[in-house]
Design a protein around this ligand. Structure first.
Ligand code: MN
Length: 478
């Protein structure tokens, strides 16, 4: 993905957008055009095609300036107009979902609606992700209340989306940036913990690196080895799973080995296991059995002679590229083929684990033609392990499947969780044992004088809620 000189079309788009946004300013005080140009740069880095880049430059014009969709169509053609329209609708979709209502009246599930709205052309979502990335990078200019809201939404909607598209680098960056606003103290604490840990581990790690390098060279394996940095947010999530015990987190220190083919992946794994003792149950073959998002790699955790615990991740260059860029990388490869289907935004040759995108596109097309689609089945494939439920105000909260009203309440805030007296689900009184379902609107009823009960533990599913409750019970034991 070499840096080419901008084509004439791209130059024209920059001119048109600059003129259209003239006199507008961002909260940072800079001219507004800074933002679309930053989105352009991000899309270029992801290796996106020219139409997507142009649509990225123009993505805010229809909503915020005098430029019309027809102007864009005349200047840049149908595809660019279609993509800009998609991004514009997506922001209205998030507020009222009016447009989608006309062909999708039977579901309250805003998240699903959002996905269907995107289904026409997944490049719309990629532009939206680039837009969100720049907005979150420059979030400090907004008032604190807005910062929190955008940061939360980023963690709950956009980071999982990036993960589902296997865009690993993007997921890491937006979730860490967002987490910093959602919980600044915790962010700072974990960040320092990681720095401290890395410093301590460095010396031992270099020794291991040298030993592994020697051994791999002996086997004539072509490879690159480097340290992998763990993101603050993923550490935060892991700590919650392990009762905040950092000693139970084995992938804090990790080395990544990149080789040229699959055979070498397994060879390298053998070499590492002959050097160090592998930990029981910690060998994962995501090459033979890729993750749901298409991620492939071998993982193993070993104990070195000086009792250090180190995780190794072994993969080919292609797998690595895909782990970092995900769907965007697929676009790049498909662009090389420039098939007719690709030009319409339909990607061919998706990895099997991303076939849900094709499914989504088919479903969206069918719905628009007025055909019936089994939405329940579709949902399962989109987010097998998660449900998305809503506050009465329409904010999206994602929870693991099996979550109960108390999990929801504690997710909103422990202040809310601690004062629960009841719950309304979809407007009707319900009880605390009722499992939440995809798309439920959940209203928590509280009372000031209510206090947490030990019996609530059996009415909770998430370790997050249980940990908060236990903490309160311990602190308030007489
Ligand atoms: Mn924007």
């Amino acid at each position: 993905m070499d840096k080419k000189k901008d084509s004439e079309r791209v130059q024209l788009a920059v001119e048109v957008a600059t003129k259209a946004h003239e006199g507008q300013f961002r909260k940072t005080g800079e001219p507004y055009i800074i933002h679309p140009l930053a989105v352009k740069k991000i899309l270029e880095e992801w290796g996106m095609d020219e139409d997507t880049i142009i649509a990225g430059i123009l993505h805010d014009t229809v909503e915020d300036t005098n430029l019309s969709l027809d102007d864009i169509r005349q200047l840049f053609g149908d595809t660019v107009a279609f993509l800009v329209d998609g991004v514009t609708k997506l922001s209205t979709a998030r507020n009222g979902m009016r447009d989608i209502d006309t062909y999708l009246p039977e579901t309250r599930d805003n998240f699903l609606r959002l996905m269907i709205a995107l289904g026409d052309d997944i490049r719309v979502l990629i532009i939206k992700l680039a837009d969100r990335l720049h907005n979150i990078r420059t979030l400090s200019a907004l008032p604190p209340e807005k910062q929190k809201k955008i940061a939360k939404e980023t963690l709950e909607v956009f980071a999982p989306l990036a993960d589902r598209l296997n865009m690993g680098l993007l997921r890491m960056e937006i979730s860490d940036l967002a987490f910093k606003y959602v919980d600044p103290k915790r962010y700072q604490y974990l960040k320092e913990l990681i720095v401290k840990h890395n410093k301590e581990a460095e010396k031992g790690l270099n020794k291991v690196k040298n030993e592994v390098t020697e051994a791999l060279k002996k086997e004539k394996i072509d490879f690159e080895i480097s340290g992998r940095v763990k993101s603050v947010y993923s550490l935060h999530k892991k700590m919650a799973k392990h009762d905040q015990n950092i000693n139970e987190i084995y992938d804090l220190t990790a080395l990544r080995i990149i080789v040229s083919d699959i055979t070498d992946c397994y060879l390298a794994l053998g070499v590492i296991h002959s050097l160090y003792m592998p930990m029981n149950g910690r060998i994962k073959d995501y090459i033979a059995m890729p993750k749901q998002n298409g991620y492939q790699s071998l993982h193993t955790t070993v104990i070195t002679q000086d009792k250090r615990i180190i995780e190794f991740q072994i993969r080919t260059k292609e797998m690595h590229e895909y782990a970092e860029k995900g769907l965007a990388a697929s676009f790049y490869y498909n662009e090389q083929k420039l098939t007719e289907n690709y030009k319409k935004g339909k990607i061919e040759h998706l990895p099997t684990n991303l076939l849900w995108i094709t499914e989504l596109q088919t479903a969206a097309a069918q719905l628009k033609e007025g055909k019936r689609v089994d939405l329940k089945k579709l949902k399962l494939n989109l987010f097998a392990d998660k449900i998305f439920v809503y506050t009465p105000k329409g904010d999206i909260i994602d929870l693991p499947k099996g979550s109960l009203p108390l999990d929801f309440a504690y997710r909103l805030h422990s202040e809310i969780g601690e004062h629960v007296i009841g719950v309304k689900i979809n407007g009707k009184m319900s009880n605390l044992n009722k499992k939440l379902e995809q798309g439920d609107v959940v209203e928590i009823l509280t009372a000031k004088n209510q206090t947490p009960k030990e019996s609530w533990l059996s009415k909770m599913f998430t370790s997050h809620a249980k940990a908060k409750l236990k903490h309160w019970l311990n602190a308030n034991k007489k």
